[in-house]
Ligand binder design. Structure first.
Ligand SMILES: Cc1ncc(COP(=O)(O)O)c(C=O)c1O
Length: 380
């Protein structure tokens, strides 16, 4: 097992709401996202006239979000079993995952920059979502996905007009392939390289604050690269910075046991850990040897007083059954990890405060075969 102990330097940039205000983003070291953007306090945070993430256009670093495909404004439902627990259902986004928030921002930004050709590595959801939004802007999207990516996800990329290249046996291989072979004239908007993706996903934090009337005490989020977790933290950080709240929830990073580089880095007091070997897992969206937003995710956990929970696939199956049977929610396999983490560590999580939010990052509808097989073979 190799590790990186050297200290990380975060590049902190302050910018306005136009991409022309943004100084050239630093290229992340070895493809690790270490860039944090700061927006000035807005005169008005929320625009009732707009839809989707564009409601928060005043704090997004782009001139305009020309349209919404219905991303964001996802339901926050109260748990049917634990009254203090709320589920933020990102499965209700247009392509079934929180990635639509990132795409809505990234493609509006790409349009503004005049980029015509984009590339990204993905375990599936980011790519199909990127292709969906890119099509609306007439931008070409080439996606590099692992060979075993579930059939439905790779079909959706093609169906939405993207180009799906299957390279590598896992996400990291697809990612490194793209870093080494970025086609000329193409812009890489992969999470880990393109820091601005966070600007779309941070709107989850704003919506939680809006819906609950305050920020929650604890937020559990599945993590692969750690970008979603870092983005949500970033949204809360900004709300506190601007004086809308005085606290930030404890951010809990949920990963797969043994394929959990962020949680291992956090436990060892490091920023980044690269694992040599990871167990096979059905959680294709979060299983990780290397997490390219690790430093930002570890920072979120440290600064918020959070921690990591690593769960096994077996526990994820319990989480999935619980979500379906008791909550009426149908998560993607990877997303069911937060239900598993909560069930396994209920007392510890509750000790952090009363209002707990589980982020259901994606829909199980893209993985029906996998989910059926997993439930049947486990007899659950
Ligand atoms: C459904 C789902 N949940 C969680 C994640 C993990 O997000 P991140 O890589 O930002 O940690 C992904 C990433 O693709 C995903 O598709």
């Amino acid at each position: 097992m190799a590790s990186e102990r050297d200290s990380i330097e975060f590049e902190e940039l302050t910018t306005g709401s136009r991409s022309s205000d943004i100084r050239k983003l630093p290229v992340p070291r070895k493809g690790y996202d270490t860039c944090i953007l700061h927006m000035p306090k807005p005169k008005v945070l929320l625009s009732a006239k707009k839809q989707g993430i564009a409601r928060y256009a005043s704090v997004l670093p782009v001139g305009e979000i020309p349209f919404s495909l219905g991303e964001g404004e996802t339901p926050l439902t109260q748990s049917k079993v634990f009254p203090d627990v709320f589920i933020k259902n990102e499965a209700m986004n247009p392509t079934g995952s929180f990635k639509d928030r990132e795409s809505a921002f990234a493609l509006a930004y790409a349009k503004e920059q005049g980029w015509k050709d984009l590339a990204m590595a993905s375990s599936g959801n980011a790519a199909l979502s990127g292709a969906f939004y890119a099509r609306m802007y007439g931008i070409r999207m080439t996606c590099y996905i692992p060979k075993d990516t579930s059939k439905t996800k790779s079909q959706m990329i093609e169906l939405f007009g993207g180009y799906a290249h299957k390279v590598g046996t896992n996400y990291e291989e697809s990612y490194h392939y793209l870093l080494d072979h970025l086609p000329s004239g193409s812009v890489n908007i992969t999470s880990g390289v393109f820091s601005l993706r966070c600007e779309g996903a941070k709107t989850i934090a704003y919506e939680l604050w809006e819906d609950l009337g305050e920020v929650p005490d604890v937020v559990l989020c599945p993590a692969g690269n750690g970008s979603a977790l870092a983005s949500i933290y970033h949204g809360f950080f900004e709300l506190r910075q601007w004086g809308f709240t005085d606290k930030i929830p404890a951010m809990v990073c949920v990963q797969i046991a043994g394929a959990d580089p962020i949680n291992q880095a956090f436990d060892r007091g490091e920023w980044i850990t690269v694992l040599d070997d990871v167990p096979a897992s059905e959680c294709e969206a979060i299983v990780a040897k290397e997490s390219f937003c690790s430093a930002k995710a570890v920072n979120a956990m440290r600064q918020s007083g959070g921690f990591g929970i690593s769960v096994t696939d077996d526990q994820v199956i319990d989480g999935l059954r619980f979500a379906i049977d008791r909550e009426g929610i149908f998560p993607e396999f990877s997303s069911a990890s937060v239900f598993a983490a909560f069930l396994e560590h209920t007392d510890k999580i509750k000790s952090f405060g009363e209002k707990i939010v589980l982020i259901n990052t994606g829909s199980g509808l893209k993985e029906i075969d996998l989910i059926n097989k997993a439930l049947q073979s486990s007899g659950r």
